[in-house]
Design a protein around this ligand. Structure first.
Ligand SMILES: Nc1ncnc2c1ncn2[C@@H]1O[C@H](COP(=O)(O)OP(=O)(O)O)[C@@H](O)[C@H]1O
Ligand SMILES: [Mg+2]
Length: 286
């Protein structure tokens, strides 16, 4: 019978190093490790999402999940790392245009991005969307053939539409799959607007958040009262976008809610913690 327990010391060689895989956004400074230095402890930014983690990127529709996922993919591919992008909602031809535009906006060499990224289009293929085994076989082939180290699924929720009772099982399968193939991963997950929008709870209950290594929540708030307009110094009808790391079991992280914007070119720019943003406005007013 195979052994089902390990001596703790046996696990040493398999334990991943703790370092960051950069997204090219300020998110990279929001994960850190705590190191002992001169008898005290110091916070050192990880410089990215934790290596070999599988993170959940969640938010209501139109909160910027795909923009962030694509920006991460472009940033990594432009640095020479191989990325597998599984597109479940947007057809691959649209993804191509988005990645090209993003590359231009980020001022990176698109030919390099093209060389380093592989795409699986599950949006046009019911078999890939409905049958996790079929999709994982295709992914395994792409990962091995192209030697990718990063895998993005946009979105994982698209793989259990109409069968939310299966959510946990499906998310768990893809999570284990990425671990097995040693991919640093991003699962985009849709949150219904009925669920408290700043929480990590997504479609399928907490299926995704409980299984993955950590969750990043994007949110957008419509400025619809005079009170909000005054508080945030934004015109009525405008949008305030926020991003927050909701938890990560692999490393320490910033726990503030940060304000960000999506520029006209479709690029995410994280500005400052919401509390400083509001305080700054208040000081200007005083
Ligand atoms: N190429 C772009 N140029 C400008 N703005 C964009 C671009 N792509 C997306 N956006 C803005 O970002 C918003 C969020 O888009 P997206 O990331 O697709 O949302 P979701 O969270 O549903 O994936 C869009 O509604 C739009 O306002
Ligand atoms: Mg999207």
């Amino acid at each position: 019978m195979s052994k089902h327990y390990f001596e703790l010391s046996q696990l040493k060689d398999e334990a991943p190093d703790l370092f960051g895989i950069p997204t090219g956004t300020k998110l990279d400074e929001m994960f850190f490790k705590i190191e002992k230095e001169n008898g005290g402890y110091v916070k050192k930014p990880l410089g990215g999402i934790p290596y070999l983690s599988v993170m959940n990127l969640t938010g209501i529709p139109d909160s910027g999940k795909s923009v962030l996922a694509e920006q991460f993919a472009v940033h990594q591919a432009s640095r020479g790392y191989k990325v597998l992008f599984v597109t479940v909602e947007s057809p691959a031809s649209f993804l191509y245009s988005a990645l090209k535009q993003k590359s231009e906006a980020l001022n990176v060499d698109f030919s390099k991005v093209e060389r380093n990224m592989v795409v699986i289009d599950a949006s046009q293929d019911e078999e890939l969307r409905e049958n996790p085994k079929a999709l994982m076989d295709t992914m395994a082939y792409a990962i091995k053939e192209k030697k990718t180290s990063i895998t993005i699924i946009d979105s994982i929720t698209g793989l259990y539409e109409h069968k939310e009772v299966m959510a946990r099982q499906i998310v768990r399968q893809f999570f284990n799959f990425l671990k097995k193939f040693r991919q640093t991963g991003l699962f985009v997950s849709q949150k219904r607007s009925a669920q408290a929008s700043e929480s990590a709870e997504a479609a399928g209950g907490l299926a995704v958040a409980h299984i993955v290594d950590g969750t990043i929540v994007l949110d957008k708030k419509l400025i619809e009262s005079r009170w909000d307009a005054n508080l945030y110094n934004l015109p009525l009808g405008s949008v305030l976008r926020t991003i927050r790391i909701d938890g990560c079991r692999l490393t320490a992280h910033d726990s503030d809610t940060w304000v960000f914007e999506i520029t006209e070119l479709g690029v995410i720019r994280i500005i400052s913690p919401l509390k400083d943003y509001v305080r700054g406005l208040k000081q200007k007013a005083d």
